[in-house]
Design a protein around this ligand. Sequence first.
Ligand code: ZN
Ligand code: ZN
Length: 245
Amino acid sequence: MILKVLGCDGAYPQANGACSGYLLEQGEQRVILDCGTGVLERLLRAAPPQRWGALVLSHLHGDHMSDALVLRHVLQAQKAQGLLPAEHKMDLYLPASPAREHALLADEEYFSVHILTDGQQAQIGCLQFTFLRMNHPLEAYGMRIEHEGRILAYTGDTNVCDNLLPLAQGAHLLVADSGVLHKNWSAAAPHLSSLKCGELARDADVGQLLLTHGGPGCSPQARLQEAQAIFPCTAVAEAGMALQV
Ligand SMILES: [Zn+2]
Ligand SMILES: [Zn+2]
């Protein structure tokens, strides 16, 4: 598998940045993980709409799903131009709540809609997904993705919870929400700190840790330092990065 980082800014995009969005490639398969503000334009540059196999939304905060609202316009235009079959529906995996955001997104005209639940498994093309409920103010899911023994774990947005260790256990790459520095972290925060990501990577015995979802005013160097003190094989996500899993 190859994971391409389309965007990784937390909360809102920095100038010339984009919020959460990743393109997962395996052979001909293309799966989009989250589609926050600024991601769609980068997605169009990375892969044509004919290759978009499925869209998986970890949760329905705007920084993870806002560009999915516009993505259907791409599908609409592609159909109108005969570039996609009129009956084409893209697989969309998303939580059922909040109901208002879900209703905005789950347009059956363009999507085959799949509702996420805790412990759910899904075969998306050749990729085996397991979804686990995370600890976030909204219903949110982390995902563990396996292909021929290789494992990618993506936390989406979360703070510490019992499902994190099984999500990440033995993953070759762990992409983790380091939304805050540890001095600003508490058990009630919506995000992990970089230090907590390092602890998770160590405890789950992962191959590599990628810190993502950097919040405003949270320097990449400080985040890296915090996590690397505990788990040396750590990098900070940057848009444009591609990692072999
Ligand atoms: Zn977020
Ligand atoms: Zn969130």
